[in-house]
Ligand binder design. Structure first.
Ligand SMILES: Cc1cc2nc3c(=O)[nH]c(=O)nc-3n(C[C@H](O)[C@H](O)[C@H](O)COP(=O)(O)OP(=O)(O)OC[C@H]3O[C@@H](n4cnc5c(N)ncnc54)[C@H](O)[C@@H]3O)c2cc1C
Length: 467
């Protein structure tokens, strides 16, 4: 039996891939409609435009990743993107004909289905999985059963289960921040893997989205690609003061710009008046505006959106623990480096999920450290902090703009309180953010505002005693 934990894009596509290859597969998920996938908006990056290629897509991905991408992984995913784009259509999924443009992409390459691509894709994969008789059970992963560097099963709130292989597809940990674009992503899979002895990496890299409404609705990136403008309450189109690309600058730049405007005492709005056919092309956004009686100017803030760090894997999803795969946002393949290029994450989940049956029996080579720093950390499973305190602390100390003393203060609070997933992943992220005494990609330190090439390496963390 292969147990897949999670029912987002990664978990469902893995379950489908394994069921099609006639493996006995069971999906366990906290909530069938939970996670980020059902609320993902913009789309999937695929280099299928006439002026595009996997190499150009790889170039844009590497540029966004600020020197920390695994180049082999980047080339793998941008080449596989073309394959899964056609594969999904062969399976019956329908994309809209035009490709959208998003910040950081030098070509139009966002394949989408209206402005609710995630919901449409999730529904599609779920129905295909049900048609294939995949068993999907709602239960919560508590821990992994492992011994001698090998995973043997799972413990959930509904009981224990033996498994030949476990595929973790539990998503990231952005919901451990006070302002976040999704709910319920608490890093439970990543924490379980770390506790069982798997290496995790890049935990300091958290991507903040620049345009989220105060009630947590994401004003998708593509709106800016299609003409939406950032305006402050003085009427200034301020994005160009921070970056010459204006509204098409990468997310980290714009998130800091929006955050800084607030620090200056200015409120920030997204002006949609130049977006062509908003009603027709962005029905979900239009519906949101209509229901709240909002016009074409919407007040926005910045929020934690995507967590780059996760369980260290190779592109097959193999972790450092035998028989444990991690895929999607729970995994860290090195595709995103220090900053994710928009719309590369649904892609990563799809590719890893749909390809998994090709690799499930492979020899266990696991991910390579490639000269990155391996750090052993002591774990103390004393009572964790409550979720609200972690959210508040992460926003304050581990947020858009970080600083050494503040990180140290927060690390001391979290140090001996690893008894729940959200406290443990926050500890690992804070530890890594404190060690990274530079600014790179999505990680910005006001006390070290420059990129420093002596830090051109990834921090890989492992539980003390497990190597
Ligand atoms: C609002 C929003 C918009 C986005 N838009 C885009 C976009 O346009 N393009 C793009 O590429 N990316 C986008 N992203 C990011 C993208 O949606 C995610 O990276 C991707 O969906 C992650 O997929 P996943 O399958 O790895 O995890 P998720 O979709 O987050 O699924 C995780 C699954 O794990 C389950 N789970 C969690 N913990 C447990 C546990 N302890 N036990 C059992 N099950 C558990 C959850 O119930 C869920 O089913 C967006 C994210 C958000 C929040």
């Amino acid at each position: 039996m292969i147990v897949v934990i999670g029912s987002g894009v990664a978990g469902l596509s893995a379950a489908l891939s394994l069921a099609r290859a006639r493996y006995d597969v069971k999906v366990i998920t906290k909530s069938v409609t939970g996670g980020s996938t059902p609320i993902a908006k913009g789309g999937i990056a695929v280099p299928v435009g006439r002026d595009d290629s996997p190499e150009i897509h790889a170039h844009d991905t590497l540029k966004a990743g600020a020197g920390l991408c695994d180049e082999g992984a980047v080339r793998y995913f941008t080449h596989q993107a073309v394959k899964v784009y056609y594969q999904l259509q062969e399976m019956g999924f329908k994309f809209d004909p035009e490709l959208w443009l998003e910040g950081g992409h030098s070509r139009r390459r966002i394949a989408h289905r209206t402005d609710e691509t995630g919901a449409q894709l999730h529904r599609f994969l779920y129905h295909r999985a049900v048609e294939m008789d995949v068993k999907i059970v709602e239960a919560q992963l508590i821990s992994l059963k492992a011994s001698n560097g090998r995973v043997k099963g799972v413990i959930t709130d509904k009981g224990e289960m033996e498994a030949e292989k476990v595929v973790l597809a539990t998503g990231g940990y952005n919901s451990t921040f006070k302002f976040a674009t999704s709910k319920g992503n608490l890093g439970e899979g990543i924490a379980s893997a770390f506790l069982a002895g798997a290496a995790v990496a890049d935990m300091e890299f958290v991507q903040f989205h620049p345009t989220v409404t105060e009630d947590g609705f994401l004003m998708t990136e593509t709106l800016r690609g299609e003409g939406a403008k950032l305006i402050n309450d003085k009427g200034e189109r301020f994005a160009f003061a921070y970056d010459q690309r204006g509204e098409l600058a990468p997310r980290d730049v714009l998130a800091r710009a929006v955050y800084t405007e607030y620090l200056k005492g200015n409120e920030v709005f997204l002006d949609l008046s130049d977006v062509r056919e908003l009603d027709k092309r962005f029905p979900v956004v239009s519906d949101y505006l209509r229901k709240r009686g909002l016009g074409s100017r919407v007040k926005i803030v910045t929020a934690a959106h995507f967590t780059i760090g996760g369980v260290l894997t190779n592109v097959k999803g193999q972790t450092t623990l035998e028989n444990l795969f991690a895929i999607g946002e729970a995994a860290d393949t090195g595709l995103h480096g220090a900053n994710r290029l928009a719309s590369n994450s649904l892609l990563e989940g799809l590719v890893m999920g749909l390809n998994i049956s090709d690799f499930i029996e492979d020899d266990w080579t696991g991910p390579k450290l490639n000269g990155n720093d391996l750090i052993e950390l002591e774990v103390r499973q004393a009572e964790g902090l409550d979720l609200d305190s972690v959210k508040e602390g992460n926003w304050r100390h581990l947020g858009v703009i970080r600083e050494g003393k503040s990180l140290e203060e927060w690390l001391n609070v979290l140090k001996d309180r690893h008894g729940n997933a959200w406290s443990l992943v926050s500890y690992l992220a804070t530890y890594s953010a404190l060690m990274r005494r530079e600014s790179r990609g999505s990680h910005y330190r006001s006390d070290y505002p420059q990129q420093d090439d002596s830090f051109r390496k990834r921090f890989v963390l492992v539980r003390k005693g497990s190597v």
